[in-house]
Design a protein around this ligand. Structure first.
Ligand code: MGD
Ligand code: MGD
Ligand code: SF4
Ligand code: MO
Length: 684
């Protein structure tokens, strides 16, 4: 019996009436896009489980989303629009009607436009939910037609995305289902045990069929412990490691010269730039044994099919774009394409080739604000200043770099802030107006997976909780109030859903309407350089794209030195945890976040497991509890990504220690370039 039917048999259920099980999909910012079976009773969500519609997620889901009901009905849920009463950050609000709230928002936007021009309005959003309707539908229409500042959505995947675009035009990559075909799998800066659990069975299956596993990660993750070789690199040194592998391939006769000639450009430049990276030099830089690196280079040279999964952990530092490009170039140089299970695997977000033709407005030529510079933008930009900040699908007070300055900016009395969210986030605490959003259990959406090639229909399982409304409905109404919606244009959720379905490549909409799983034209398991080719003008891979080369401060494939100093010698990283999706569900993670540290680093500082610690650098400090674990590499400490401010003793998270410097290419965030010292926390 499927687990979803279990609740129907409990005694309580019999007393309380029938349970229906509704099929839907998870649109959170997770690669997997599970299909879900949600049990509903008396109009309330009883439990969430997996369904079998998505053949890859096949009936199981993560613990986080199992707990999603605690968000839906939890004490942090926003139930009605509200206007600030107390000081910014105090969290005192007065409930108002939607009409009053939206009127106020519209007025403030008009006021700011009249005073400084519409560029003084900064819309601020990211992947809160990843569904096609959640973002870039009527919100985009509103911002474009008003001519607000534009946001560069660079907090995540900007460097890996730029590398993938530059080298391969974001060619579709190997999907989970083809991992078992590989003879060698390299998991590079990715931790599927937290960040994409449905990959695990496929990796295990490959191992059972004799595949070797290599993990490149500063931490000894669960899969690193199950690997044949674990390269516990220092954060930010992957560029050297990847170039040393290139050099090994070139100098030992393993480079596939025929493939390079027929299918690539600029291999010579890559070869030259790899020249200086001997195995010994790279191993020393990365703090790993040279023999281990040489073994990995040889394993990679000799294995076929060989598959590299390029994750996001390796991009979050000053060398992230060059590292991603060098990693992605390996299958070209090693001749690993053209066979099932060979090549590279990463975000397939662009693989469907969906153009958002439903945005009914041209992009204006207005100022672009890099979202990683939010603190700066709020505090320093003057021409025009940011007068209105409209936050949705995002929780920047918790998730953006340089948290102190972000919060200082949010405190500005002359800033008008709107936060549209499901719960009273750390950011919402600073809002002038909060607007309650529906969750994916209360609205329609289309969940597009970015690992496998699956799209699922998200449908309302329950009525909106409280007065919450969906993004498309609220932005549609704002468009109308501000006079930018044309007659007969879609103005809300349902007509937007129909518009999007109609605008998707024909078969997708049709398949979804008929209850089938849609598939791209090249199939759901493309083989690179057989079924799919680089989306470049000549269908060749560019191994040293000129635009990346000129935008990187020291040129593409250059190593920029570690920012550590004697004062702040420890690298602080903030990997995804299994308890939150970014900061979504962070309200449920408790108040005692742990800093992970290797026993040697703890001993050198006279620290013990369970001690209160002060993590600090010139930018700020975080007070929390120490957890001494052998799984960290010495010299690197970790505090989970996605924490809310309540999770630490002083209300600051790792982002208080993260600089707002940008990655070499793509303008990405350097979360893992935080360098810190840790000391015992003096007792109060
Ligand atoms: N449970 C859960 N799942 C998630 C998310 C979540 O927050 N929670 N977030 C989603 C999102 S938005 C994203 S972008 C993905 C991210 O998913 P992942 O790609 O897994 O990203 P991270 O967790 O940031 O980092 C992965 C690993 O990289 C390691 N790492 C850190 N620095 C370096 C480095 O310099 N080099 C190398 N080689 N490794 C390094 C970390 O120790 C970590 O184990 O996951 C998605 N899935
Ligand atoms: N220190 C550190 N910080 C990091 C990272 C790291 O590695 N280290 N990783 C970064 C990464 S990879 C990412 S992707 C970013 C993500 O950072 P954010 O973009 O801030 O993502 P979330 O924290 O998930 O916040 C999304 C918010 O959107 C809300 N939301 C969800 N659905 C809807 C909806 O339909 N409508 C509206 N109006 N709101 C909705 C959720 O309730 C949630 O509060 O965080 C980054 N922050
Ligand atoms: S967060 Fe990821 S693993 Fe969890 S239910 Fe959603 S898609 Fe599945
Ligand atoms: Mo992300």
């Amino acid at each position: 019996m499927p687990p979803s039917e279990k609740p129907a048999r409990s005694r309580e259920t019999q007393l309380n009436g029938p349970v229906s099980v509704v099929e839907t999909a998870c649109p959170l910012d997770c690669p997997d896009s599970c299909s879900l079976a949600v049990s509903v009773q008396n109009g309330k969500v009883l439990s969430l489980d997996g369904s079998h519609r998505n053949p890859v997620t096949e009936g199981f889901i993560c613990q986080k989303v199992r707990r999603f009901g605690e968000r839906v009905y939890g004490p942090d849920r926003l139930l009605s629009p509200a206007i600030r009463k107390g000081r910014k950050g105090e969290g005192r609000f007065e409930r108002v009607t939607w009409d009053a709230a939206l009127e106020r928002v519209a007025q403030e936007m008009q006021k700011a436009s009249a005073k400084w021009g519409a560029e003084s309005i900064l819309p601020f959003s990211y992947g809160g939910s990843n569904g096609l309707l959640t973002q870039d539908t009527l919100d985009a229409t509103l911002w474009r037609r008003l001519g607000t500042s534009r946001l560069a959505r660079t907090v995540c995947a900007a460097p890996t995305g730029a590398a993938n675009m530059g080298l391969y035009g974001k060619m579709p990559s190997v999907v989970y289902e083809d991992y078992p075909e590989a003879q060698l799998i390299v998991l590079w800066g990715v931790n599927p045990n937290a960040s994409g659990i449905h990959l695990i069975p496929f990796v295990r299956q490959a191992q059972a069929r004799g595949a070797k596993l290599v993990v490149v990660d500063p931490r000894s993750t669960q899969l690193a412990r199950a690997a044949d070789v674990h390269l516990a690199v220092k954060p930010g040194t992957d560029i050297g490691v990847a170039l040393a592998m290139h050099r090994y391939l070139f100098t030992n006769g393993f480079a596939d010269e025929t493939f390079l000639r027929d299918h690539t450009r600029n291999a010579e430049q890559l070869r030259e730039r790899a020249e200086a990276w001997t195995i010994e030099r790279a191993a020393e830089l990365a703090g790993i044994p040279a023999e281990a690196l040489e073994r990995v280079a040889r394993m990679y040279a000799e294995a076929s099919p060989a598959l590299i999964r390029c994750g996001w952990g390796l991009e979050r530092n000053r060398n992230g774009g060059s590292a991603a490009a060098a990693i992605l170039a390996l299958p070209a140089v090693g001749g690993k394409f053209g066979v099932r299970g060979g090549g590279y695997s990463m975000s397939n977000s662009a693989s469907w080739g969906i153009e958002r033709t439903w945005i009914n407005a041209d992009e204006p030529d207005t100022r672009v604000v890099n979202m990683n510079h939010l603190g700066r933008a709020l505090l320093e930009y003057t021409d025009p200043p940011v007068g209105v900040l409209f936050v949705y699908n995002c929780n920047p007070a918790a998730t953006m770099p340089d948290q102190h300055r972000v919060i200082e900016g949010l405190r500005r009395e002359d800033l008008f802030t709107v936060v549209f969210d499901q719960v009273m986030t750390d950011t919402a605490m600073y809002a002038d107006v909060v607007l309650p959003a529906t969750t994916f259990l209360e609205n329609y959406d289309l969940a597009k997976s970015y690992s496998t090639l699956h799209i699922g229909l998200v449908r309302p399982v329950i009525e909106p909780v409280g007065d919450s409304r969906s993004n498309a409905d609220v932005f549609g109404e704002l468009c109308a109030r501000l006079g930018v919606l044309g007659e007969n244009e879609p103005g809300g959720e349902l007509d937007m859903l129909l518009t999007v379905l109609g605008a998707l490549p024909a078969s997708i909409g049709e398949d979804l309407r008929e209850g089938r799983n849609p598939a791209p034209s090249f199939g759901t398991r493309p083989v690179q350089f057989v079924d799919v080719f680089p989306n470049t003008p000549d269908r060749k891979a560019d191994l040293c794209p000129a635009d990346l080369d000129t935008s990187a401060p020291a040129g593409l494939y250059a190593y920029q030195p570690d920012p550590a100093t004697e004062q702040y010698p420890l690298a602080l990283i903030s990997p995804a945890s299994e308890k939150t999706i970014s900061s979504t569900l962070g309200e449920l993670t408790g108040t005692d976040a742990k800093l992970h540290m290797h026993p040697d680093d703890a001993a050198a500082r006279g620290l013990d497991d369970g001690d209160g610690v002060l993590i600090f650098n010139a930018q700020g400090e975080v007070h929390c509890t120490l957890s001494v674990v052998p799984t960290m590499r010495p010299g690197t400490v970790a505090l989970a990504k996605g924490l809310w401010r309540r999770a630490t003793r002083n209300g600051m998270t790792s982002n208080a220690l993260v600089p707002d410097t940008l990655t070499d290419v793509g303008g990405g965030a350097c979360f893992n370039d935080a360098r810190v010292q840790v000391a015992s926390l003096p007792s109060a």
